[in-house]
Design a protein around this ligand. Structure first.
Ligand code: ZN
Length: 201
């Protein structure tokens, strides 16, 4: 088999690490970058370096924030309703919910969900951080926007008493979310229905 330059093979290999990039599209992207003006790949390289260096979890909610120990743009926005929280698994869920435009409160990003099989326990999620937040500035209501599967249910059942003991009304997203999937599989309209039709726990 023909050997290509090592740097080319490495570039294709690096691109293949990305989700939904198979061998063919990795090769296509690599060829594009090699043929495009140098500024294109320089921009990509510096954006990657800057994103890794500058983006940190928000010190309050865990979403992406610019700079270490900073607040994200949602937590820093005084227009947001601090009395309403949405508890989500991943930072990507926040992006999804923000795009749906239905939610005007604050978030709490858990960083995953409880999964005894995968040995993910409460200490692996940002639950202790949530409890600190509950002491400092508890909301009136918290919506648990967790996946509609067994692990999402387990996580909801674990979180509900903690929130209720802090005097918080707890609700879960209404049905309509795809079974077994996280929020990333729901479209904006479905998410909007799920939010407005949430049920109290
Ligand atoms: Zn935040």
């Amino acid at each position: 088999m023909t050997e290509f330059p090592t740097a080319f093979t490495e570039l294709v290999g690096a691109l293949r690490q990305l989700p939904s990039v198979g061998p063919r599209s990795a090769e296509r992207h690599a060829l594009f970058l090699l043929n495009a003006p140098a500024a294109v790949s320089e921009r990509l390289a510096s954006a990657l370096t800057a994103a890794r260096a500058e983006i940190h979890p928000c010190r309050q909610c865990g979403f992406y924030a610019q700079g270490a120990d900073s607040l994200c743009s949602i937590c820093a926005n005084p227009q947001r309703d601090a009395k309403l929280w949405c508890v989500v698994e991943q930072a990507s869920d926040v992006i999804k919910l923000e795009k749906s435009n239905f939610f005007r409160g604050l978030y709490h990003v858990l960083g995953g969900r409880l999964s005894p099989l995968d040995k993910v326990g409460p200490e692996d999620l940002s639950i202790a951080k949530m409890e600190v937040r509950l002491k400092e500035a508890p909301p009136a209501e918290a919506i648990l926007a967790l996946a509609a599967d067994a692990e999402g249910e387990t996580t909801a059942l674990y979180l509900a008493p903690i929130l209720k003991n802090a005097g918080v009304k707890v609700s879960r997203l209404a049905m309509g979310l795809p079974a077994g999937g996280g929020l990333e599989y729901a479209d904006s309209v479905t998410l909007g229905y799920a939010l407005s039709g949430r049920r109290e726990l």
